[in-house]
Design a protein around this ligand. Structure first.
Ligand SMILES: [Zn+2]
Length: 457
């Protein structure tokens, strides 16, 4: 049996391994049990060992969540691939909206549902399955591999720099393969060539010591919810474009490859509406520009959370404070620090009624972009096309993976291949997250072919 046959005939085992990982609620957000992150790291380490990787260890460092490392370095004279995925997940959101429990993986209609089933525990499975398919059939790999599974991607890789400083020697390699993105559509093999950056800011408006009875006190008191609503409403114009002066000054125009890809894709408002699950009549914002461009190569803004009292405790009160978390997605060549400052300066100009405002910058991560040319990208395109049986597209992605840029810089600008198993129906970060099992199988096969391609010089 050769590695690709092994991968096909053992796919059910790989699904079981994925389920095992999904059962650990490895939410890396503050306030969630740290023990689960440790348990998750141990589960990943066990899987790496079972796959035949050597020197498997949980990498700990001051203040950070555990990473997991394993390698196989016996392909003398062959390139070293650094294979990345992450084992931490987002919180589950509104639990009542899940059709099956988020941490009890369930197969339905050819998909596996569960938090992390796609983002990004499927990414771990792609690496380990391809590796074990080689080691269990040939006893060796055509390339050297170093597997690095991060534990804090979902919280913006906040301790990445100290991590890289501590372990840079260990992570040296020739090509980075990041399995944490998605395909343009189900069954369409995709290499991601750019990512948007991300800025997050908390805003809190306070007016008094404590909330008050709205009948006894209501009238003279500025309502903090109204004040904050007024402030954030000024952030966009009628078309939903960001109204901060100078916000769009630094946008990099599309290059020729991007323009060609855009034409090939045939993406439309209708497709976007369907994939997003938009209700009829809801307007698409941002003017007459292809929605794929809007969600990958143009900046965007959203209010992630807004809090003042709660639906459960909605008493008849004037609230003492209101809070929100604002997120901005930035694109080449916007500067994250500059945008963060623009956002804060703009908001402070909008403060009504003398209310007190606290601004708390949470993160400012930059975008990433690569030029998908050269032998590594050609080999990757061949491997993906062979596994999926369809031409490979190269396009931008809207999400952020803060790890990539500093990591590839650390490796002297090593080419970074960004691929993944998500599709437009994955619902990553939202309720009912799932992975398409047909695409997971194809992703594993494409990893098998990729190692083979990169092993040939
Ligand atoms: Zn991810």
């Amino acid at each position: 049996m050769n590695p690709s046959q092994y991968a096909q005939s053992h796919f059910d085992d790989f699904i079981d391994e994925l389920k095992r990982l999904v059962r650990v609620p490895s939410i890396s957000f503050p306030g969630f049990p740290k023990e689960e992150m440790d348990r998750s790291a141990q589960a990943v380490a066990a899987l790496l060992r079972e796959s035949g990787l050597e020197n498997v260890q949980v990498l700990l460092f001051e203040g950070g969540n555990p990473y997991v490392y394993g390698d196989w370095l016996h392909a003398e004279g062959k390139p070293t691939l650094v294979l990345y995925a992450h084992h931490d997940v987002q919180p589950v959101g509104r639990e009542e909206l899940w059709q099956s429990k988020p941490f009890e993986p369930e197969e339905r209609n050819g998909r596996l549902y569960g938090r992390g089933a796609a983002d990004d525990k499927a990414g771990i499975i792609v690496h380990t399955s391809a590796i074990s398919s080689y080691l269990r059939t040939m006893g060796k790999l055509p390339v050297n591999v170093k597997v690095i599974i991060e534990g804090e991607e979902e919280v913006g890789s906040s301790n990445l720099i100290p991590f890289l400083q501590k372990y840079s020697q260990k992570l040296a390699g020739d090509v980075i393969v990041i399995t944490d993105s998605g395909n343009f559509d189900t069954g369409v093999p995709t290499i991601t060539t750019s990512l948007r950056g991300h800025i997050a800011l908390e805003v809190e408006v306070k007016v008094m010591k404590g909330s008050l009875h709205s009948g006894t006190w209501g009238g003279p008191i500025p309502d903090p919810v109204m004040a904050l609503s007024k402030m954030i409403a000024t952030l966009v114009d009628k078309e939903g474009r960001v109204a901060i002066p100078g916000f769009y000054d630094d946008l990099r125009p599309l290059n020729e490859v991007e323009k060609q890809s855009m034409q090939l894709l045939g993406y439309s408002d209708e497709i976007f509406r369907k994939q997003a699950g938009l209700f009829p009549g809801v307007q698409l914002l941002g003017g007459d520009i292809n929605p794929w461009l809007k969600k990958t190569r143009l900046p965007s803004i959203a209010i992630y959370a807004f809090q003042a009292s709660s639906r459960k405790n909605a008493g008849n009160i004037v609230n003492d404070s209101a809070w929100c978390k604002i997120g901005i997605r930035i694109v080449p060549d916007m500067d994250p620090k500059k945008v963060m400052k623009q956002l804060q300066d703009f908001l402070l100009k909008q403060v009504p009624w003398g209310v007190h405002v606290d601004l708390k910058p949470l993160s400012a991560d930059t975008w990433w972009m690569t030029d998908p040319q050269g032998p590594v990208f050609e080999k990757a395109r061949r491997a993906l096309t062979k596994a999926y049986g369809k031409p490979t597209v190269a396009i931008g992605e809207g999400g952020a993976i803060p790890f990539i840029r500093p990591f590839s810089e650390l490796l002297g600008g090593a080419p970074a291949l960004l691929i993944g198993v998500e599709d437009p129906y994955t619902n990553a970060h939202a309720e009912n997250e799932s992975v398409h099992l047909g695409d997971l199988k194809k992703a594993i096969l494409s990893a098998v072919y990729l190692y083979e391609e990169l092993g040939e010089q």
